[in-house]
Design a protein around this ligand. Structure first.
Ligand SMILES: [Zn+2]
Ligand SMILES: [Zn+2]
Length: 432
């Protein structure tokens, strides 16, 4: 099996030899413990099969209603797109756009573009556009949130169960299976295998020696001698995937600080202002995120109340706290347990998307409850701020470069007069 000889851990920046993995085996970074590579047996065929199944399910899930709402003989049905259109018509274009992108466009594009990449790869062809398309697929992956949307459906059904009869539609089942198939396709996909089939545009075989420095592509993870990069007049580009090369994410600290501060500002109105108004039998009641949790709790639905509390109140706050801690620790050159801080960073990346659940609940309720004075739901301004908190904190976590945590330690080590630091020395954390 082909594999790159060297790999740089994208979480701590340590350059290390890439072991040849046994079938199904995985390699972890020897310094921070993050997963470097995993061997996924028969990756191309399995991913292709799951992607085709996913495409079929995606079309079914979007073609039929997924829930019906019945109250006093009146019936409304909703498809995935109904909520997006209703929000747009009501002037909530921001939430409408975010929901359209995360629940329909991103997963749909991800599936169809993956198909476009896998079919020629399987027949050993390499069209010139393939690296760019695959790069885009990888960028889209964190933004597809169908699993979170499913949780949103569950919360909505429970919330409405006292008010009316809720009937699951055909597409709900397709939707449920699609989430499993998408997760399976993602687990089967071996990006290293795809990139290993792409021939670099320039010779990248020049060996990397300690002292020369090296460049690593954040996208295809190619490690190269600086002279192997392509200079396009403005940027250095990766000779394999053509992405712009950076030693670290550009302006990582400043950008993350700006985004974190914006998210903290949005967090206040997101929690104080109502996110929706529910009208039932002529009576209107506005709900904040907190009162939504209390509603679930007082109606005996405490497991769901805990889920919504954790996803909507606790997770955004925890994520902001972790990001501020990480930023301060890098800014003040803190050397406290870099491994734990890298773990904290990994946690913020993994949990952030689940906060979208309340945004989806609002969308589903707006789409489903449309019976005028008898029963209707409107999105309120708090939902816009809340949606902004989730998106901005996700982008903030993406713009933070965890390698900065380790850079401080390397500089401390280089400075140590007796050279007795505990970490492997060398520019850019080389240990080869
Ligand atoms: Zn590492
Ligand atoms: Zn690359």
């Amino acid at each position: 099996m082909y594999h790159d000889a060297l790999t740089e851990c994208l979480e701590c920046g340590l350059l290390q030899r890439n072991p040849v993995l046994p079938p199904g085996g995985a390699a972890e970074c020897s310094r921070c413990g993050s997963l470097l590579h995993r061997d996924r047996p028969d990756s191309l065929n399995r991913t292709l099969a799951l992607t085709i199944a996913g495409m079929v399910l995606f079309v079914v899930a979007n073609s039929f209603p997924f829930l019906s709402f019945e109250m006093q003989g009146q019936l409304t049905q909703t498809t995935l797109l109904t909520g997006v259109i209703d929000l747009y018509k009501a002037g909530n274009w921001f939430i409408s756009g975010v929901v359209l992108f995360t629940s329909i466009l991103a997963p749909g594009l991800q599936l169809s573009l993956l198909l476009v990449v896998l079919i020629p790869l399987r027949s050993e062809r390499m069209p010139s556009w393939l690296p760019r398309v695959f790069r885009f697929v990888r960028t889209l992956t964190p933004w597809g949130m169908m699993d979170v949307f499913m949780l949103g459906i569950l919360v909505s059904v429970v919330k409405l169960s006292e008010m009316a009869t809720i009937v699951p539609g055909t597409s709900l089942f397709a939707f449920g299976v699609l989430i499993l198939v998408l997760a399976g396709a993602q687990a089967a996909l071996d990006p290293d295998l795809v990139w290993s089939r792409v021939p670099p545009l320039k010779d990248v075989s020049r060996p990397i020696r300690s002292g020369d420095g090296h460049l690593t592509c954040d996208v295809c993870e190619l490690v190269m001698h600086p002279s192997s990069a392509i200079h396009d007049g403005r940027h250095l580009r990766c000779p394999r995937c053509t992405d712009v090369l950076h030693r670290r994410k550009p302006n990582s600290l400043q950008r993350t600080w700006a985004l974190v501060l914006a998210a903290i500002v949005f967090y206040v109105p997101a929690n104080l202002l109502p996110i929706m108004t529910v009208t039932s039998l002529g009576r209107s009641q506005s709900d904040t995120i907190y009162s939504g949790v209390v509603f679930l709790l007082t109606h005996g639905m405490w497991p769901l109340a805990i889920v919504v509390f954790v996803a909507s109140i606790f997770v955004p706050l925890l994520k902001l706290l972790i990001l501020v801690t990480l930023l301060l620790s890098v800014q003040f050159r803190c050397t406290w347990s870099p491994r734990d801080r890298t773990r904290l960073y990994r946690l913020t990346e993994a949990i952030g998307r689940w906060s979208m659940v309340d945004v989806y609940v609002v969308t589903i309720l707006v789409a489903l409850v449309r019976l005028g004075n008898l029963a209707s739901v409107q999105a309120e301004v708090g939902a816009i701020f809340f949606c902004a908190v989730v998106i901005v904190t996700m982008v903030a976590a993406m713009s933070f470069d965890p390698r900065l945590i380790w850079d401080v330690l390397e500089r401390e080590h280089v400075r140590a007069p007796d050279g007795s630091g505990s970490l492997t020395p060398g520019p850019g954390g080389q240990s080869v």
